[in-house]
Design a protein around this ligand. Structure first.
Ligand code: AP5
Ligand code: ZN
Length: 217
C-alpha cells in the first residue's frame, strides 16, 4: 500500500504516521525528517534546503524528489509506505505517480487531515521530540507518562525544531494553503481521497485513520 497523509503543519501527520507504522507494519517516510537529516549531515542538498526550511518555505521539487526516490529504493518500503508530508506540490504528485507506475504500483489512498488554522500554530510551537527515537511530545497536549523520560525508548534527551516558532509556523501554513491544499482536489477527482477531522484528540484521530487504512489496504 502507498498511503499519503495530507495536512498543514501541526495537523498530526508525524504523530499518526508513527502509530500506523507500529500498528500496520508500514514504513513511515517523512520528507521533513529526510531533509532535516540531510541538513544535519551537511550534504549539498541539505545546505540548499536549510535556509528555505528555516524561513518556512518549500524546498525545491528537484531536491525533495531526489531524496524521496533514494529512500523509496530501499528494500523495506516493499512492506508499504505512509508518505508523511509528501507530495506537497502538483509537480511532486505527478512525479510520485510516475515513480510508482515504473514499478507497477499506484497511490492506494490520500488522507486529508482537516484542521483549523489558528490552533495549529499552538500545536507546532509547543512541540518537542525524543532525541533518540523521535517520538513526538507537546508541552500541553502530550507529555511523557514519567516527566523527562521518553515513553517509547526511555531516553532522557529531547529537542525542538528550529522552525517551530509562531512566525515560521505562519509561513509554513501559508505555503500549505498556496501549494499543497490544491492536491486535495487532485486526489478527490481520482476517487482516492478520505477526509479525517483532525481537531479531535490524538487517540480519536488514530481510530479514524486505522479504520480507513484497514478498509483500503
Ligand atoms: P515537515 O517536517 O513535514 O513539517 P510540517 O508539514 O510543517 O509538519 P509538522 O511536522 O510541523 O506537523 P505534523 O503534521 O507532522 O504534526 P505532529 O504530528 O508533529 O516539513 C518541514 C519543512 O521541510 C517544510 O516547512 C519544508 O520547508 C520542508 N519540506 C518537507 N517536506 C517537503 C516537501 N515534500 N516539499 C518541499 N519542502 C518540504 O504534531 C504537532 C504537535 O501537535 C505535536 O507536538 C503533537 O504531539 C501534537 N498533536 C498531534 N496531534 C494532536 C491532536 N490530535 N491533538 C492535540 N495535539 C496533537
Ligand atoms: Zn524515545
Amino acid at each position: 500500500a502507498v498511503l499519503i497523509l495530507l495536512g498543514p503543519p501541526g495537523a498530526g501527520k508525524g504523530t499518526q504516521a508513527r502509530k500506523l507504522e507500529q500498528d500496520f507494519g508500514l514504513v513511515q517516510l517523512s520528507t521533513g525528517d529526510l531533509l532535516r537529516a540531510a541538513v544535519a549531515a551537511g550534504t549539498a542538498a541539505g545546505l540548499q534546503a536549510k535556509a528555505v526550511m528555516e524561513a518556512g518555505g518549500l524546498v525545491s521539487d528537484e531536491i525533495v524528489l531526489a531524496i524521496l526516490k533514494d529512500r523509496m529504493a530501499a528494500p523495506d518500503t516493499g512492506r508499504g509506505v505512509i508518505l508523511d508530508g509528501f507530495p506537497r506540490t502538483a509537480g511532486q504528485a505527478g512525479a510520485l505517480d510516475a515513480l510508482l507506475a515504473g514499478s507497477g504500483q499506484r497511490v492506494t489512498a490520500a488522507i486529508s487531515m482537516e484542521v483549523e488554522d489558528a490552533p495549529m500554530i499552538a500545536r507546532v510551537a509547543g512541540r518537542y521530540t525524543c532525541a533518540s527515537c523521535g517520538e513526538g511530545y507537546h508541552d500541553e497536549f502530550r507529555q511523557p507518562a514519567k516527566a523527562g523520560v521518553c515513553d517509547r525508548c526511555g531516553g532522557t534527551a529531547f529537542r525542538r525544531r528550529s522552525d517551530d516558532n509562531a512566525e515560521t509556523a505562519g509561513a509554513r501554513l501559508a505555503a500549505y494553503h498556496a501549494q499543497t491544499a490544491p492536491l486535495i482536489a487532485y486526489y478527490e477527482g481520482r476517487g482516492l481521497l478520505h477526509r479525517v477531522d483532525a481537531m479531535r484528540g490524538i487517540d480519536e484521530v488514530a481510530q479514524a485513520l486505522s479504520g480507513i487504512v484497514s478498509r483500503v489496504s
